[in-house]
Design a binder for this molecule. Structure first.
Ligand code: ZN
Length: 279
């Protein structure tokens, strides 16, 4: 991308009536939430030794023998990805780009970075949940609970592979185990707040569908393309007034039919956002 191209993107954003941001895993990994095997080895050698885990993603599917061990693992996972990181520069730069615009965010990321970086809570739809909340493991009731203070207590337990039994949370309604509120099975709880944000998302699109609407898609790959990537392409295909900016260093391509309404940036998200901001 040349300086001129970045300037063109900045102008598109400035001139837009509304900006819809769609963000996937590529944005957070570029921002510095590092799920690599090297980091895992460095920060969690005890998990590698005890369970032969190699990285933060595959480890989350491990079948633990006890709830004490399972929560000890999740406390570390949630702390690493959600509690410990401050608002990261990439997200803060992104906020600066749109803070004075009419914006809305849909994201599959569960690390809470949008909310930490200043984006308004009623304009950020975390469609796959959040590390900061927990729910009944079988979704027996439609409510989620903050988990941060509990997890901080878990991190202080003396045994590095087991939390104290009295810290293991149980569902206040049915007594079954609790889970982090991230979508991984059919029991994911979509609570009142989730429903409201889903409705805000639909309303935002409806209100701006005939205006100068710019879709800013960041680091969205093919894990769950049906949530952001395909609907964004469809919106652009069906409405000539809608424009797509796709920033993706791995999967930048778009269909021929929407090429005229798209700018693709085959570049790392952090770098591209900084370039646009400084254009
Ligand atoms: Zn329950």
């Amino acid at each position: 991308m040349s300086t001129k191209d970045y300037l063109k993107i900045k102008k598109l954003i400035e001139d837009a009536d509304a900006i819809l941001i769609g963000a996937g895993a590529g944005l957070s990994s570029s921002a510095g939430i590092d799920y690599s095997q090297e980091s895992f080895k460095r920060y969690f050698p005890e998990l590698g030794a005890a369970y032969h885990m190699t990285d933060m993603y595959t480890s989350s599917f491990y079948n633990f023998k006890s709830e004490e061990e399972r929560w000890s693992y999740w406390a570390k996972h949630v702390n690493y990805s959600f509690i410990a990181p401050p608002a990261l520069l990439t997200y803060k730069n992104l906020y600066k780009l749109v803070e004075n615009k009419n914006y809305f965010v849909i994201t599959t990321n569960v690390d809470g970075q949008f909310l930490k970086s200043g984006f308004a809570a009623n304009r950020v739809f975390e469609v796959q949940g959040s590390y900061g909340k927990m729910q009944c493991s079988v979704g027996c009731h439609n409510k989620v609970y903050d988990d941060t203070s509990l997890i901080k207590k878990m991190l202080l337990c003396k045994d590095n592979l087991k939390v104290d039994s009295n810290l293991v949370p149980k569902c206040p309604v049915c007594g079954k185990n609790m889970e982090i509120n991230i979508r991984k099975d059919a029991f994911f709880v979509e609570d009142k707040n989730w429903q409201e944000l889903n409705s805000n998302y639909i309303k935002f699109i409806d209100a701006n569908i005939n205006k100068k609407l710019v879709l800013l898609e960041l680091g969205v790959g093919f894990n769950t393309p049906g949530i952001i990537r395909f609907p964004f392409e469809e919106l652009v295909y069906e409405h000539r007034n809608i424009f797509l900016i796709r920033i993706n260093d791995k999967f930048p391509d778009v269909a021929f039919e929407i090429k005229d309404q798209t700018i693709t940036v085959k570049e790392d998200c952090s770098e591209a956002i900084a370039q646009i901001l400084n254009s």
